[in-house]
Ligand binder design. Structure first.
Ligand code: ADP
Ligand code: MG
Length: 729
């Protein structure tokens, strides 16, 4: 009998909410306390240093060594005043997490003691070595040096007594080895291109910012149950487990009352996040049992992304204090919803105009439509790339799998906006000149804001939806670094806007009227890219066929989806926007394939171990109990009666054998497929072999283990079951 399982279930079910230390002050008093924000800078830096730093941040200028020294001195004083003893360059390697290597502030004072120091040199640049991070072959061993360099646009903060300085991470030869470097490049590109277009409408525009509001979904599991599931511990998801009789059918979890243990965790997390200046605001239950969501108020994309990564770190830490483990995996449990991270994205000009918001006048709405159709065009042209930007071994279980949208990128505009664009596309010359001349009533251009207010049909199945004043990129995975999606999206839109601007400029130079030129180009773009618009049910099979006909990327194999980064269109687009060089793209894809292979490899190993060492022995033991019983019963009831009495046991004995046979055969097949794949040296080919040959036997093994779970004596079953994992008391 599996005493361990009953012990941990009991432990988990008995657990009470952990008390949270609630600060005496209101949030406004401790909000941002652990951040070296402008208020702290003003307090700790000399006035001229402060002014010079702020203008460098705002105008994106490099900073001098003496300025860095002065900032470092003030930053250190603030950090030490707030209890920090160490500092670290905090960066985002290509592993979907953050990295840090701590150093104490101490330096020898020459008299056998130490002083606490921090120089501009250490602030600005460091060589963390970090040669074991994935780099796709850019850094071979003799030049295995990577540099981290200060990102002045994101403020330093104190986490667990360490001053963390957000940095980029690049190779000795200047290639990016992280997510932040290309993100900053993409944000610069979209700033330049969008500002050019925005100035056609308002000459006062200097800069355009990209904004991101992420909605982080996650699961919580009690730590005792978590620890009793080697698959959760090692892979972040359950590799087996029969569906619970009740899961999300009754839809009673979504927006339901939050269990008190979870509420305590959330409160604790919010307090920590607010101290770090992360504006988390919304929390609620999600659709699946034990699934929750956290969302902040949106911020500039680079900062928002730093904050998301920081929140993910905090969540893991705070969860432990509450005897939970947080699961960021996109599909921790089969048969119920997976977790995503909706990326709410918009562009805003420095004069305050939000570029995806309709305005009060037809002119404002012309700007609105200009930006909307340019996003459409970019997403249409690069739909395969955008899919690649959100794809990973883990997100592959969520997209294109059961209970999830297919792995096809399309845009939901809503019927009202589609109507406006369709009318515009088919407008007569009279209607168009009416718009140029007067209010544009006949085309409904003036009424867009009212239309959107009524726009209640918010399609939940769309991977990329327009939601009134922003786009919501919903295909992003819960464990992902949002930067991957934000790099591809901002770069693609920047490139499209630059092309658009040049076209308009040529027409203006040719003497055309601005409004006429804009209207015409909007029509051209809309016509060319409306194949990306899909307002129907993205989960349906008809959509897959329809998308295929429309020429959208319908590839479902993750390793092949990554190819989109290396297509001629992507390479050219990333080149023009200065976001990635061909060398970087190649190297990053090597990393993607390698990571894919490793993740599937680990899962396959864990599954093999569990199947052979945990499940088969238990099934055998139960089967042998039944066999004993059959022998004894036959003794007791000889002849025909005996045969009848043992019939159901015999049936179970035989079924268990059948399942075990398949589990054994498929495990052997899986191991063989792994061996063959491991012998392949090309990373892409290897990843494809893992996808094509290792994953299919894994799915069969799971199916048969799940069948055994329903047959074997409940008391013997070694792993906590879904019904135990999924319902926090
Ligand atoms: P939902 O109904 O999708 O849950 P919310 O109102 O909770 O939407 O908002 C989700 C996220 O979108 C939040 O982070 C919010 O700040 C963000 N958001 C709202 N407006 C914008 C915008 N214009 N640009 C970017 N993000 C935005
Ligand atoms: Mg949303």
């Amino acid at each position: 009998m599996s005493s361990l399982r009953f012990k941990v279930v009991e432990e988990a079910f008995d657990r009470k909410a952990v008390a949270v230390e609630i600060p005496a002050e209101r949030p406004d008093a401790y909000y941002g306390k652990a951040v070296f924000n402008r208020k702290k800078m003003y307090e700790y830096l000399p006035k001229d240093t402060y002014d010079a730093l702020i203008s460098a941040i705002e105008d994106k200028k490099p900073i001098s060594r003496s300025l860095a020294d002065s900032v470092a001195e003030g930053m250190k004083r603030w950090a030490v005043d707030n209890g920090a003893r160490h500092y670290t360059h905090w960066f985002h390697p290509l592993t979907d997490g953050t990295a840090e290597k701590h150093d104490a502030f101490i330096e020898p004072d020459g008299k056998g003691g130490v002083v606490e120091e921090f120089s501009g040199k250490l602030l600005v640049q460091q060589e963390p070595d970090a040669s074991s991070f994935p780099n796709g072959g850019i850094r071979n061993t003799f030049e295995a040096r990577g540099y981290s360099a200060w990102d002045i646009s994101s403020p330093a903060f104190i986490l667990d007594g360490t001053l963390c300085i957000p940095t980029i991470f690049v190779s000795y030869t200047g290639e990016s080895l992280d997510y932040k470097t290309p993100l900053l490049r993409a944000l610069n590109a979209v700033d330049r291109a969008a500002a050019d277009v925005a100035r056609l409408f308002n000459p006062a525009v200097k800069h355009v910012k990209s904004y991101l509001g992420w909605e982080q979904e996650y699961f919580l599991v009690d730590e005792a149950l978590f620890s009793a599931r080697p698959d959760l511990v090692l892979t972040g998801r359950t590799l087996m487990g029969h569906e619970s009789a009740k899961n999300q059918q009754l839809e009673d979890h979504y927006f339901g009352a939050i269990p008190s243990r979870v509420e305590a965790f959330m409160l604790d997390l919010e307090i920590e996040a607010h101290r770090l200046g992360i504006p988390v605001k919304t929390r609620h239950n999600e659709v699946a049992p034990n699934q929750f969501e956290l969302a902040p108020i949106f911020e500039e994309t680079n900062l928002a992304n730093d904050h998301n990564l920081l929140v993910m770190t905090l969540m893991a830490e705070v969860a432990r204090r509450h005897n939970f483990r947080v699961l960021m995996h996109e599909k921790p449990f089969s048969g119920i919803n997976g977790s995503g991270k909706h990326n709410n994205w918009s562009l805003g000009a420095d004069c305050g105009d939000m570029l995806f918001s309709p305005g009060k006048t037809p002119e404002d709405n012309l700007r609105f439509l200009t930006f909307i159709v340019n996003v459409m065009a970019a997403v249409h042209k690069h739909n395969g790339l955008l899919k690649a930007s959100i794809m990973s071994a883990t997100n592959a279980h969520r997209l294109g799998a059961n209970e999830a949208p297919p792995a096809i990128i399309s845009i939901f505009l809503g019927s009202q906006l589609s109507d406006v664009l369709n009318k515009l596309e088919n407008a007569t010359p009279e209607q168009l000149s009416d718009l140029s001349a007067k209010s544009g009533r006949s085309l409904g251009l003036a009424q867009i804001p009212e239309l959107l207010l009524d726009n209640t049909d918010r399609n939940r199945t769309s991977p990329f939806a327009f939601t009134g004043n922003r786009f919501e990129f919903r295909a992003v995975g819960s464990s992902a670094n949002c930067a991957s999606a934000m790099i591809a999206l901002n770069a693609a839109v920047a490139d499209q806007l630059a092309t658009f601007y040049n076209t308009i400029k040529k027409r203006l130079d040719g003497g055309e009227d601005l409004k006429d030129a804009l209207l015409d180009e909007i029509r051209v773009l809309y016509k060319a890219s409306k194949a990306i618009v899909f307002d129907g049910n993205g989960y349906s099979d008809e959509w897959k066929e329809e998308a295929e006909r429309r020429g959208l990327d319908c590839e479902t194999s993750a390793p092949k989806i990554f190819d989109a980064y290396l297509s001629p269109e992507s390479v050219a687009m990333f080149g023009r926007t200065g976001v990635f060089s061909p060398v970087e793209l190649q190297a990053r894809n090597e990393v993607k394939w390698e990571m894919y292979t490793k993740k599937v490899q680990i899962e396959a190993r864990v599954l093999g171990d569990l199947a052979i060492n945990h499940i088969m022995p238990v099934a055998t033991r139960y089967q042998s109990l039944l066999v004993d019983n059959v022998v004894k019963l036959k003794d007791l009831f000889p002849g025909v009666k005996g045969a009848k009495v043992v019939a159901h046991d015999l049936d179970t004995i035989e079924k268990i054998s059948q399942h075990m046979d398949i589990i054994k055969t498929e495990t052997d097949r899986m191991i063989e497929a792994r061996k063959e794949a491991n012998a392949i040296s090309d990373e892409r080919e290897k990843a494809i072999a893992y996808h094509d040959n290792v994953i299919p036997p894994m799915e069969v093994i799971r199916r048969h283990i799940d069948k055994l779970e329903l047959m074997v004596d409940n008391e013997m079953w070694p792993l906590p079951k879904y019904r135990e994992l999924l319902f926090i008391r």
